[in-house]
Design a protein around this ligand. Structure first.
Ligand code: NAD
Length: 427
């Protein structure tokens, strides 16, 4: 593709959904010496949809919600990305997360483009029948924009296999036959994949294992701090503990637990399950708050909760050799530079937390082939794809003499740019 007049291309700065997402894209584009026209295309989401979602509440009143879906890029295959129910979600955030998904899928070598969706609600404020009506109406409003060859939603914060089942059913009723491939992260009963629930945490464990081995260490005896004990943090803690690592600390919103000799993770899982998630009073551990947890001495820190947890204010006090970004965007740009300057290895989110989308891909493949695998096969196929991506990121970083984050972005962005160039610009 030849771009004769780059200035005529829309300025990415004006269209770009989020400063941080675009900074990383621009950074990779500079490293790749990307054509400005290509950069303009990659900076711009292909389709941004906001639909009205009118819903009758249990008290018979009607509430009209906004339902977003942003489709960033479908150069390599159908759009793919989660549906988030969270009160703070904005169209800008959804757009940034959609872009992130594009690079993540390309980095993993799975044939998808990025998308994300969301409704700004706190799902805990709604009854289950209300959530079902919200999800079904939202799906119905997006009926022409989703589909197994078009855009395949998955669970994200605030949604789960339950919402995916409602989406699949609504879509199927509308088209007149069962279409399991329209969503991933479904219940096993209707074509979900074994291993999906633990997939992101398993991927985190694999990436930490590979990074330690790359530095001449191993999981056995490695000391690990985990912020967040939700779907991802809990699965990572369980698998790391099984592999012989010592989990020194874990936390939830209200605070966490610390034991310098390692927490008994199986006992903690039982304890929290019996107490609706609360960790308070767990024996053989001292309480620790979330800010302190990040600053403890250990080998690996896994932020698995929220974005912007490692910032300019605490990056110079982090005392680990590896930060494994299980959450999306837990490190600010400025903090990333501080960690790099201090020689701390940062495993970037688009690599570290890609296990979920990889197993979503495997679920989609199983659904399209009507052939369902045992969990061992799912885990092995996922491990193959993730370890391959890790090695490619390390190789690229060594070739270019850049950080693992920049290397992950140059690989992801570079693959999409190359495909875009080979396909050409229509018409
Ligand atoms: P979750 O809602 O299941 O768990 C989040 C955890 O973080 C909970 O334990 C919560 O108590 C804790 N938390 C919230 N605020 C906190 C705070 N201020 N300090 C410490 N802990 C806090 O969510 P999840 O699915 O585990 O996702 C966690 C992160 O991983 C998110 O950034 C998400 O985008 C990312 N992620 C998740 C998946 C997935 O498959 N679930 C995939 C890729 C990325």
């Amino acid at each position: 593709m030849v771009t004769h007049s780059p200035p005529a291309a829309p300025s990415p700065a004006h269209i770009c959904p989020s400063a941080q997402a675009c900074s990383y894209l621009n950074w990779a584009a500079r490293e790749l010496q990307l054509d400005p026209g290509l950069l303009a295309i990659l900076s711009t989401p292909r389709k941004v949809v906001t639909v009205a979602v009118p819903v009758r509440l249990d008290n018979q009143q009607i509430q009209v919600l906004a339902g977003h879906r942003v489709q960033h890029c479908n150069v390599l295959g159908p759009y793919k990305g989660g549906i988030r129910y969270h009160p703070a979600i904005t169209l800008e955030e959804v757009s940034a997360l959609a872009m992130l998904m594009t690079w993540k899928c390309a980095l993993m070598g799975v044939p998808y483009g990025g998308a994300k969706g969301g409704i700004p609600i706190d799902p805990r404020q709604y009854s289950v029948p209300e959530l079902e009506r919200i999800t079904r109406r939202y799906t119905s409003e997006l009926i022409k924009d989703i589909g197994p060859a078009i855009d395949i939603p998955a669970p994200d914060m605030g949604t789960s296999a339950r919402e995916m089942a409602w989406m699949m059913d609504t879509y199927s009723v509308n088209v007149g036959h069962a279409v399991p491939g329209v969503v991933t992260g479904k219940p096993l009963s209707m074509g979900g994949s074994r291993g999906r629930e633990m997939a992101t945490g398993r991927g985190v464990m694999l990436m930490v294992r590979e990074a330690l081995a790359w530095q001449g260490g191993s999981l056995a005896g490695a000391r690990v701090l985990i912020q967040g004990f939700g779907n991802v943090g809990r699965a990572a803690a369980r698998l790391l503990h099984q592999a012989g690592a010592k989990i020194l600390a874990v936390s939830r919103t209200a605070g966490g637990l610390y034991n310098p000799n390692g927490l008994d993770i199986p006992a903690l899982e039982v304890y929290t399950r019996e107490r609706g998630g609360s960790m308070v009073g767990f024996p053989a551990a001292e309480p620790i708050d979330n800010a302190e947890l990040l600053l403890q001495k250990a080998d690996v820190l896994i932020p698995a909760a929220l974005e912007n947890q490692i910032t300019e204010a605490n990056a110079d006090k982090i005392q680990v050799q590896i930060v494994a970004e299980a959450a999306n965007g837990p490190t600010t740009l400025a903090a990333d530079q501080i960690l790099n300057a201090r020689g701390i290895t940062v495993l970037p989110d688009i690599l570290t937390n890609a296990g979920g989308v990889v197993v979503s891909y495997l679920e989609w493949v199983q659904g399209l082939s009507y052939l369902f695998w045992e969990e061992e096969r799912v885990n092995q196929e996922m491990e193959n794809l993730m370890v391959r991506a890790f090695r490619q990121v390390v190789q690229e970083a060594e070739n270019r003499q850049v950080s693992l984050r920049l290397s992950a972005y140059t690989l992801g962005v570079g693959r999409v740019a190359r495909a875009l160039q080979d396909r050409g610009l229509y018409p």
